[in-house]
Design a protein around this ligand. Sequence first.
Ligand SMILES: Cc1ncc(COP(=O)(O)O)c(C=O)c1O
Length: 388
Amino acid sequence: MKYDASFFQSFPDRMGTNSVKWDACRQEHGADALPMWVADMDVTADDAVTQALVKRAQHPAYGYTVVSDADKAALIGYWERRHGVTFGPEDIMLLPCVVTGLKACVRVFTRPGDGVIIQSPVYGPFRMSVELNRRTVMDAPLIRDGNGRYTMDLDAVEACCKAGAKLMLLCNPHNPVGRAWTEAELRALLDVLNRYHVPLVSDEIHADFVFAPRRHVSVLALQRERVVMLCAPSKTFNVAGLQNASAVSGDAALLKALGEETEASGVVSGNIFGLEAARAAYTEGDAWLDALMEHLDNNRRVLAEQVAGRLPRAILTPLEATYLAWLDLRAYGFDQDELMRRTEAAGVIFTGGTFFGEQGSGFLRVNLGCPTAHVVEAAARLEKALQG
Ligand SMILES: Cc1ncc(COP(=O)(O)O)c(C=O)c1O
């Protein structure tokens, strides 16, 4: 099938599919609520993915399944082709999802009570992965400039290392602040961590959503020892319901320890349909993804226009990567609860900023993985929510 950006201006009705984004949202917030929250896109999947699933389902035997060489070769080929990162089959360990990987890494590389560095505001499960495992969050919050652009605070990272941190969790690219970390930034971070022998887990689930002229820089391209990279087709190809992800590391000892941890805790990977979808996406999905990126780039521009026109006091963080925009509404003077109440009453549901840490109070995260008309409608509803 041929794809262009217009393909993404419509998608099948998702109500009645047990969709978290749609069914659960409308159950909680009302039948007209427009869901602009969870990182799940309203898109029609690549036909190559659907065909692979249908073909597999036509063989009615669904027993235990091996993760084949072809599964790993598809992942390897994809990262080489799209990101210029090279690794081998021995560097890969499958996982059911990326958050499983974050939690397993916390358990493997630290002991209860140990400090783990995160950079708030950051995707909520980073903090939860630390706290649920009874480790201690050591926050090195990002620095925000007047235009809403964020950079790393390496002095704060170093202070955490000095205070005994045992691990760092990096979001690369960063959800929710939309940064595509540069090679210079990542090298500077690794310099600090290496001085204190602190390992780095880099969640690169948003790697494919970096807007040109920027490009994704994987930590794996910079260092093989003491780093684990987590990736998945789930965001890129919108197949999160199929549960397939990978940990990749050139550090055999780290990977072995991670394997022992998942084995001990009973985490099993290799769902037949997850594997089929990943293999099809990684080998045949480039055209669909390129067209999607064009569409998201346009949505990014439309949101900026809408914010400038309708929300003059808002600050929209420049979006370098991800399909998740970060909107500072603090100038409107509402606390987080009031912001959520007002947006719900206006019929639009965003992810509240405090999901990413207390620094997110007064912010909303806007999901742009939808038809452009939804971006415009959401902005109109948000404008209404902030009035009066
Ligand atoms: C940075 C980041 N990591 C992980 C996830 C979740 O990935 P998974 O469903 O594979 O656990 C998300 C989802 O939004 C995310 O934004």
